[in-house]
Design a binder for this molecule. Structure first.
Ligand code: ARG
Ligand code: ZN
Length: 849
């Protein structure tokens, strides 16, 4: 089953049919108790005039049905594995049921569960069916009223607060929503409060809820929330629509956060921050995730998805919006560079392996397996291309039309593209292939120069992917600029639209130009071009496009890595070329830090594989080390000055400028520790006043195998702080040297603080280890075995998360025959384990397929 489609449980996009009823109102009552919570639901159904009649089926899993009534009369529904069916009247009727659930036994972190004594929910994608019997599909939208009975002090749900009395709270959400946006929280929590006045002058009460002890770590999330609310008004004209907006931080959470209407629930790692405990990267991540979830209020909640195949309709668009937000706040060029680098490392890897799937998949067994970089990040890239093709004005008109036309609806990718066609008159039928064809297109560029005429010959190929052996040509916007040999831009950025398999674009110019191609990373493609050797150095010195200037630095770094892999010397001109840019004070420190960054080992492995070679993880590790050593020596005089600039005086602030300075300083420190045996890093660690400086120093020491004492000191100081301890685990697992990595990871799993049922902690050891290329791919196979053992254990408790973590195996076919045999044996061992979850078995089948 190459793409999992042979599995009898496969769901297909083409089989969509609307639900035969609509719901006029939902009343829920929760009598909370750890081992036996009673959920009473009252649903007012009416036949759906737009659907064909069909059987009455309500989803439900792991529910104990206590009683059911229709119009007040007891009924005996037929319970099936994934729900129930029942005979129902022809017209409208009221369904009532009482079920009992066990939040304490819920280790899946889906549905209603307990985390450190706090009740919380996660319903996307299909978790509501673990709370009560319901048509748990996103196209069934209803108005919910929720009554919570509990002695706990804080009782929250969606919408606006209603009556509150001793042991009872009532919430009413006036906006119709699908069940996946339902949320409930109850616990002993404290609020960090603020207010927001909307563009029309309405007052909104904001709160960030946390466990006692964490109340001092909420200010940044709150600032980020207010900035997001303002930005969405100014940029998209979107106003908030309830009297309250609540954010809750939860320690046990499978992902980053969830956009439940009016009650966003977050992984505590995406909320809590203080200068002493959170790094700049943590601050930036919190800002981005708070924005992302807030933006979902319009792109996801007011307009939701008709079915889960349309997931990118909300996720791709919301990622695109949060990237715009971050770019506006922190600098567009650097944000684009970070996003493109992440896309290449993660999404290109997915798109080039057995897990490749279209932005809009056509089938799935378990939808949780499709919350992927393809749906999210490639989906956002597709929207970026659309915007580039129709222009900023056209984009804004299309979005206004989207909100006006589809508010309150469950929409599709077709609806989305239709508003662009209607608002701009552009035919998007070929563009739509970006939603249906998987695989990263390869863009080949050749140039010709004949007497005053410069021609770019562009051609494209889209590789075969599981279930899609042949592909049609896509619409690829290729942003191009042309420079003359003294560095002046003779043709400013122009978008060439490649729509055929090959096309030529000519420019009349007096002298032969140097091309800057795929500026701003204008399409998520692999650029294939035999550029003259000296072109990258020229662009590094002169390109006006921030992205392509960085790309030129990457090209030079890739060449250096490749030289070491082939046993050649590194081009002595490389470091001087970098030096000129690193010393250019007109460039922001944040930007200069990206110039100093090299491609990841994963990217090198990917590139070798793409070139038809067999990557050797150990050789890649060594080559990257040698390249770092080379730079450390060649830039030895410059690095101390750059590092000094990173010591930002005054109290900690995560503003873009301070973050940029620290990122440049710490990028320099990572190299410096290779020549000063950690002296500067040790001093920085000892004097660090904030977590950014502390973690950077510790990393710089671990990179040169010299941080034992600091590691212990860090442990002793922070053993009471979960999120900081996650860093302590992750640093060791990801930076352990190849020959020690498996033993290190194993040792960490035996540490008393390794609570494997907590997803953050599991990820901090096994996720970090799986990202340690040479460690995970240890030639003995011990890395594969370690991860497989833990996946099997995790699968019994939390299948969704086990499936997610299993993706580390997806590249196994890239490597040599011995490694392949070892990895395959582990995958087969997982596959044949009794009682394997649907989640993990789908992943393993696809990876073996
Ligand atoms: N909608 C959430 C977000 O992107 C993520 C939910 C993930 N759900 C899942 N089952 N993996 O903000
Ligand atoms: Zn999202």
């Amino acid at each position: 089953m190459a793409d999992g489609t042979a599995d009898p449980r496969t769901i297909h996009l083409k089989d969509y049919t609307p639900f035969p009823w609509t719901i006029d109102g939902v009343d829920l009552t929760f009598a909370l108790a750890p081992r036996g919570t009673r959920v009473t639901s009252r649903l007012r159904f009416r036949p759906n005039p737009e659907a064909r009649p069909g059987p009455f089926f309500l989803h439900g899993e792991d529910l104990r049905l206590i009683e059911a009534r229709i119009d007040g009369q007891p009924v005996s529904p037929r319970i099936a594995l994934e729900g129930l069916t029942c005979d129902v009247p022809d017209g409208p009727f009221t369904w009532e049921s009482v079920v009992e659930i066990d939040p304490e036994a819920n280790t899946r972190l889906e549905g209603l569960y307990l985390s450190n004594g706090m009740y919380c929910t996660q319903c996307e994608a299909e978790g509501f069916r673990r709370i009560t019997f319901y048509p748990d599909r996103p196209d069934v939208m209803a108005v919910f009223t929720t009554r919570i009975e509990s002695d706990l002090p804080v009782l929250l749900s969606n919408g606006n607060p209603g009556e509150r009395s001793e042991g009872v709270a009532i919430w009413h959400d006036p906006w119709p929503k699908p069940a996946y946006l339902f949320a409930l929280v109850a616990g002993d929590l404290l609020a960090h409060r603020d207010r927001f006045t909307t563009m029309t002058g309405r007052e909104v009460d904001l709160a960030v809820w946390v466990r006692p002890g964490d109340e001092g770590k909420c200010a940044w999330a709150m600032e980020s929330l207010k900035a997001s609310m303002r930005w969405d008004e100014e940029t998209y004209g979107r106003e908030y629509d309830l009297d309250v907006f609540n954010i809750v931080a939860v320690d046990d959470f499978n992902m980053g956060a969830m956009e439940n209407k009016g009650l966003n629930i977050f992984n505590s790692s995406a909320v809590l921050a203080s200068p002493e405990t959170a790094t700049d990267a943590n601050y930036e991540r919190i800002e981005a995730i708070v924005a992302h979830e807030y933006f979902h209020n319009w792109t996801g909640n007011r307009i939701t998805c008709r079915d889960w195949f349309q997931l990118s309709l909300k996720e791709g668009l919301t990622v695109f919006r949060d990237a715009q937000f971050t770019g506006d706040l922190r600098g567009r060029g650097v944000k684009r560079i970070h996003d493109a680098a992440a896309l290449r490392a993660g999404q290109f890897r997915e798109d080039g392996g057995p897990l490749a799937h279209p932005v809009r998949p056509e089938s799935f067994v378990e939808i949780n397996n499709f919350y992927t970089m393809t749906v999210y990040e490639k989906g956002a890239e597709v929207i970026g291309m659309l915007k580039r093709l129709v222009g900023d004005e056209g984009y804004r008109r299309a979005l206004d039309l989207y909100f006006a036309r589809h508010d309150g609806q469950a929409a599709t990718v077709e609806d989305w593209l239709q508003v662009f066609e209607d608002a701009t008159g552009r035919d998007l039928s070929q563009f739509k292939l970006w939603y249906s064809q998987a695989g990263t297109p390869r863009l080949r560029v050749e140039e010709r120069w004949e007497e005053g005429r410069y021609t770019l010959d562009l051609s494209q190929t889209v590789p075969p992917t599981p279930g899609q052996p042949t592909k049609a040509p896509m619409v690829i916007p290729v942003a191009v600029g042309l420079l003359n040999p003294n560095g002046d831009e003779v043709v400013p950025t122009t978008v060439l639209e490649l729509t055929g398999e090959r096309q030529s674009f000519a420019f009349d110019l007096p002298t032969r130009p140097i091309p800057s191609i795929l500026r701003d990373f204008s399409a998520p493609v692999l650029l294939d071009r035999d550029a003259p050797e000296e072109e990258a150095a020229f662009l590094l010195a002169h390109d006006t496009d921030e992205f392509n200037r960085w790309e030129a630095a990457q090209t030079l770094a890739r060449r250096a890595i490749r030289a070491r892999l082939d046993g050649r010397n590194i081009d002595p001109a490389w470091a001087p070329a970098l030096r000129a840019v690193l010393r250019d004070d007109t460039l922001s420190p944040a930007y200069r830090a990206t110039i100093l960054a090299r491609p990841s080992q994963e990217e090198t492995a990917q590139a070798l594989h793409g070139a038809g070679l067999t990557p050797d993880p150990l050789a890649i590790f060594r080559a990257h080390e040698e390249v770092a050593e080379h730079l450390a020596h060649a830039l030895a005089d410059l690095l101390p000055g750059l590092h000094d600039q990173g010591q930002v005086p005054g109290p900690y602030s995560p503003d873009p400028d301070s973050v940029g300075r620290r990122s440049l300083g710490n990028a320099a420190l990572m190299l410096l520790s290779r020549t000063d045996v950690g002296a500067r890093a040790r001093a920085q660690f000892a004097g660090a006043a904030d977590m950014t400086q502390s973690v950077a120093a510790l990393s710089a020491l671990l990179l040169v195998d010299a941080g034992e004492a600091e590691l212990q000191a860090f442990h002793d100081r922070w053993s009471g702080d979960r999120l900081v301890m996650d860093k302590w685990f992750a640093l060791q697992a990801s930076l352990a040297r190849p020959e020690e990595a498996v033993a290190t990871a194993e040792r960490l799993t035996r540490h008393p603080a390794f609570v494997w049922t907590n997803p953050n902690r599991f990820r901090s050891v096994l996720g970090a280890f799986a990202g340690n290329l040479a460690g995970f791919h240890d030639p003995s196979g011990a890395g594969y075995r370690l991860l497989a053992d833990w996946l099997l254990r995790l699968d019994g408790a939390n299948p969704q998360f086990a499936a997610r973590m299993s993706g580390a195996f997806s590249t196994w076919r890239r490597y040599d025959a011995d490694r392949q045999a070892l990895a395959e044996a582990e995958l087969r061992r997982i596959q044949s384990a009794p009682g394997l979850s649907r989640d993990l078995s789908e992943m393993v089948a696809r990876m073996l397929g």
